[in-house]
Design a protein around this ligand. Structure first.
Ligand SMILES: Nc1ncnc2c1ncn2[C@@H]1O[C@H](COP(=O)(O)OP(=O)(O)O)[C@@H](O)[C@H]1O
Ligand SMILES: [Mg+2]
Length: 433
């Protein structure tokens, strides 16, 4: 089988690598991929949905696997299916579960999936009146896609008003903030729960702990993710049953009943466990990044088999097996660097998730020789003079594998210490319990 993975970051590398080691797969192509992925997997520079479709046709691929949310919400799956190309991912209509937080919250309310008390607003003044009326702390969320930055957790009314102004008046996320969801702030244990689904059945994935804040001890700004590990202490049959019964199954079934469209692919439930109730904070229609980097390596069942089961509607959780090995992912990001313009220093960039410099040569990759240490590449590019260079805020993921979390974490940190680029910065507390 020939597989095309659509993605350009660390998650895409992890997906493509999984297929690369899949006995049922002869060839893997990643589009557009990046210069780091290209060290071991063929990357093709197809970026638009039309270019991806052309590539899939030209290469006669047997399967396409979509990594990120944007092509899904644009309807790339519909485009590929029209040409009879098998693809893993929800169709455009079903991708609304991530594309509109208001839609998903209203659906949950209708079908009885636990969600925090909420209301939806299109008028900033009415939104503020509601905030004043409810009195409890709220979270203000842009309805549409905002690269995971559209939810503002507020401690008091003043912060919430400010959030309304930023999303609805200043429109910092453009049209994504046209509508907002205002929901009660919950306090509990937050987990990300991923499932495979063929639209009828569900196969849960194991759980990963991710680290969203920029600095150690969960300080600093929110980021796309600074690291992750799996297995998680809460994962297991009990949690699977709870989340599948209360959230995932009703959501998949409720959506199909309401819309007459099946949800197929991967569903990511962002949950807050409050006592024994799993509240759905949000739904995403794809794998998380960096969660994919520590969950997928635990997959013992070939991903090509699962993909075909999803497409053919014959998925069963009995057929999906996971290892109990630990994986720990430490993300190397670009921290503080000098801002250079026309050869002169102009001060400093603070670094990811704020502004950061680009184009720094990456060295030491070849010194990471431990087979239990794997590097997944994210923001990297190739320069004819300098070789591999940084090209984003999150540059690479160093993933250690071990029999215990401690071992996996030691291996990841020993690996990342060998890598260098200007401004390299990573959290020192990933997997530290
Ligand atoms: N109702 C809530 N109560 C407490 N924290 C929340 C709530 N909703 C969201 N959050 C926090 O904000 C983060 C981002 O919100 P989320 O709904 O996942 O949107 P997005 O990932 O698109 O920004 C969550 O990971 C969680 O930590
Ligand atoms: Mg989220």
């Amino acid at each position: 089988m020939k597989v095309l993975v659509v993605d350009s970051g660390g998650r895409g590398h992890a997906i493509a690598w999984q297929f690369q080691n899949d006995p049922g797969v002869k060839e893997v192509i990643c589009a557009p991929g990046n210069a780091g992925i290209a060290l071991e997997i063929r990357c093709e520079n197809a970026r638009t949905d039309e270019e991806i479709l052309e590539l899939a046709k030209k290469e006669k691929v047997d399967l396409v696997f979509i990594g990120p949310e944007s092509p899904l919400t644009r309807g790339i799956v519909n485009l590929l299916l029209e040409e009879k190309i098998p693809v893993v991912g929800p169709v455009k209509r079903a991708s609304i579960l991530e594309g509109s937080k208001a839609y998903t919250k209203l659906l949950c309310r209708e079908i009885g999936v636990p969600v925090a008390e909420f209301e939806v607003f299109e008028d900033p003044q009415k939104a503020k009146d509601y905030i004043a009326y409810v009195k409890y702390p709220v979270v203000v969320k842009a309805d549409g896609l905002a690269q995971g930055k559209g939810s503002i957790v507020c401690s008091d009314e003043k912060e919430a008003y400010h959030a309304i102004d930023r999303l609805m008046v200043e429109k910092i996320f453009d049209e994504a903030g046209q509508k907002v969801v205002i929901e009660k702030r919950l306090f509990g244990i937050e987990i990300s729960f991923f499932i495979f689904t063929d639209g009828e059945s569900i196969a849960p994935m194991p759980v990963a702990q991710d680290y969203k804040r920029a600095y150690d001890n969960d300080e600093g700004l929110n980021t796309g993710g600074m690291g992750a590990y799996s297995p998680h202490r809460l994962e297991g049959e009990k949690l699977n049953r709870l989340v599948c019964e209360k959230v995932a199954m009703p959501l998949i079934r409720g959506f199909a009943e309401k819309e007459g469209v099946q949800y197929k692919g991967i569903l990511y439930c962002g949950l807050m466990l409050v006592e024994d109730t799993p509240y759905l904070l949000e739904a995403n229609v794809r794998l998380g990044d960096p969660e994919a980097e520590v969950i997928l390596p635990r997959l013992k069942t070939p991903l090509s088999d699962i993909s075909l089961q999803i497409i053919n509607g014959v998925l069963s959780d009995k057929k999906v097996e996971w290892s109990q090995d630990y994986y720990c992912d430490v993300v190397a990001a670009v921290g503080r660097t000098r801002q250079i313009k026309d050869g002169k220093s102009k001060g400093w960039y603070h670094g990811y998730p704020g502004r950061y410099g680009k184009g720094y040569p990456i060295s030491g990759i070849e010194n990471v020789e431990n087979p239990a240490c794997k590097i997944f590449f994210a923001g990297v590019n190739n320069s004819p003079e300098k070789g591999l260079i940084t090209d984003g805020g999150r540059v690479l993921h160093v993933v250690g594998k071990g029999k215990t979390l401690q071992e996996a974490r030691d291996i990841a940190y020993r690996g990342i210490e060998k890598i260098h680029f200007e401004g390299i910065r990573y959290r020192k507390d990933i997997g530290k319990e």
